[in-house]
Design a protein around this ligand. Structure first.
Ligand code: PEP
Ligand code: MG
Length: 559
């Protein structure tokens, strides 16, 4: 813990690394162990929630009974015993009473009550210090998890209604989420209307989780080592830009932080003047500034951001937590919406970059010992061609509504592009035969592996544009996992090798007459952007909130 003396006051704070902007004050809420999601806490009607909780419990109980019977008939005694002990957890009278009191007295939603009751029961066991009971603790958490899943799956429509009720309550309790780390899919599930900010113990700046948090504009810090010094319900002030978590902020500190936040918002208002301006540097170079998005909710944000288009639509985020493979129709709806919202401006749809930290449930991928070097991006699409074709067909159909372009991720071999182009042509022919309307699309590749840089001349003959993914290019060039916080002291975001690779890519692209963009996180660095332009980069694609600061910096460049 650190202390800061200011105006006779002593502010106590934890140091962390800021990954976004904004200052918020509110109670901490820890993500419960064993549950991936933060769940809507309040609800409208206790009777409805009690009934839902009970129906889900009974359904799970009867499936445990069936499993037990099945195991017994097959002579699997041990297995049967496991299901029997799970039934006993679900039938535990105390646990049920506690769950119900949370719904009746605290007015918690069924999901929140189940989560709290099971987390409490697990905690109570761990407090007993009995090592023999630690398996039981795991079982309780596991049953709690299955119970929640059951509650969601059988009651989906009502859950949504209950969530809506929670949102409409006059003062839903807002909180700052604290967790060891979060996966991209977990961030997409956070109830944003209740979320003030995020504090993570681990995490890294360029991870997909951090990218999502930034693009949603959630004030957040990572690498808050002293997270265990915080507790549920404790009030803190989080200054994301400064990378500080203030403990027990007094009225004076809160007022000071409020003023700082107002100044930040004032700067945002000033930036507004740049929204409809073209980005032209004082020496007359026109630069395209494009938006990176990963969620349909961001389509509108991108359209209002002052961007010249969407330069990177990370489509894999669309269906990460879905159990079903995304259908062509569902994808078509989203891509068409993006095309229409951008009104003729380009929309670059990156085909699914699944794998590594973005494992999709519906593909049931095997765990890998080295996922960053594993089954990822174009490799997944080429292995699952029916799945790939659905996406290409959806994009081609959406191209009838705007300037849709297709971008292939994780390319390391020109052959991958040739095969992808063949599949794309096949999709075009099929759509024509079926009498479905489709448009023309440009095809581009991500340059994010050293192999792609070294083959850039050949690749440039095969595609219409390049987009340099510096996040991955840096990790693969320097052999440093972008997810690994321990490597932080060694990571140089502007490593000379990376700069050389950008230059080589631009030269190869321009020699073949195709434009080159940068869409990794470093593209939004106002100080470095002029150097990228000097190298000949044609466009920069950044999180929507960085468009205006970047536009102002480039328009006002000092000669
Ligand atoms: C990159 O690698 O720089 C990139 C833009 O792609 P992602 O961050 O989604 O891997
Ligand atoms: Mg990448």
């Amino acid at each position: 813990m650190m202390e800061n003396s200011a105006g006779g006051r002593r502010d106590r704070f934890f140091s962390a690394t800021g990954i976004s902007d904004g200052i918020v004050t509110g109670p901490i809420r820890f993500r419960r162990e064993g549950t991936a999601q933060v769940i809507g806490r309040t609800h409208g009607d206790a009777a409805v929630e009690l009934d839902r909780a009970e129906r889900a419990r009974k359904a799970l109980l009867s499936s445990y009974r069936e499993e037990e019977q099945r195991a017994r008939s097959a002579g699997m005694k041990e297995q049967a015993g496991i299901y029997l002990s799970r039934q006993m957890i679900l039938e535990d009278e105390e646990l049920r009473k506690f769950r119900d009191s949370l719904m009746e007295l605290q007015r918690y939603s069924a999901e929140y009550a189940v989560q709290e009751a099971f987390a409490y029961a697990a905690w109570a066991i761990s407090r007993s210090g009995d090592r023999l009971l630690s398996d039981r603790r795991k079982d309780i958490l596991d049953v709690g998890k299955e119970y929640l899943a059951r509650l969601r799956s059988i009651e989906e429509s009502k859950v949504k209604v209950a969530d809506k009720v929670a949102m409409e309550k006059p003062h839903p309790e807002k909180y700052i989420l604290a967790a060891k780390d979060l996966l991209p899919s977990e961030i997409l599930q956070l109830p944003r209307e209740e979320l003030l900010g995020v504090i993570l113990k681990e995490g890294s700046f360029d991870s997909h989780a951090a990218i999502l948090i930034r693009s949603f504009g959630i004030p957040a810090v990572i690498r808050c080592e002293e997270l265990s010094g915080l507790w549920d319900g404790q009030e803190v002030s989080l200054d994301a830009e400064a990378g500080r978590v203030y403990l027990r902020p007094d009225a004076q500190l809160k007022a000071q932080l409020r003023k700082k936040e107002e100044r930040r918002k004032e700067t945002e208002r000033i930036l507004d003047a740049y929204r409809d301006r073209e980005c032209v540097t004082p020496d007359g170079k026109k630069v395209l500034l494009l938006a990176n998005i990963g969620d349909p909710a961001e389509i509108r944000i991108a359209a209002l951001s002052g961007a010249d288009g969407i330069g990177l639509f990370r489509t894999e985020f669309l269906f990460l937590d879905s159990e079903e493979e995304p259908s062509e129709e569902a994808q078509f709806d989203v891509y068409r919406e993006a095309a229409a919202a951008m009104a003729g401006k380009p929309v670059v749809i990156r085909t699914f970059d699944i794998g590594s930290d973005k494992s999709a449930e519906y593909l049931r991928m095997e765990p890998e010992s080295n996922p960053a070097l594993g089954f990822r991006g174009i490799r997944v699409s080429l292995m699952h061609t029916a799945f790939f074709k659905k996406q290409l067909r959806a994009a081609l159909r959406a191209a009838a509504y705007g300037d849709i372009r297709i971008l292939l991720p994780m390319i390391s071999d020109p052959e991958e592009v040739r095969v992808s182009r063949d599949i794309l042509n096949e999709c075009k022919a099929e759509l024509k035969q079926e009498g479905k309307t489709a448009g023309e699309v440009q095809l581009g590749v991500m340059i994010e592996t050293p192999a792609a840089v070294l083959c850039a001349e050949e690749l440039a003959q095969l595609v219409d544009f390049f987009s340099i993914g510096t996040n991955d290019l840096l990790q693969y060039t320097c052999a440093m996992d972008r997810q690994n916080p321990t490597l932080r002291p060694f990571v140089k975001p502007y490593h000379p090798a990376l700069m050389r690779e950008i230059r080589m890519t631009v030269e190869a692209g321009h020699a073949a007459g195709i434009p080159v963009s940068i869409c990794g996180e470093i593209a939004s660095d106002e100080k470095k952007a002029p150097a990228f332009l000097d190298m000949g980069v044609d466009s920069l694609s950044v999180t929507p909130r960085r468009i205006l600061p970047l536009k102002r910096a480039l328009c006002e460049l000092q000669p």
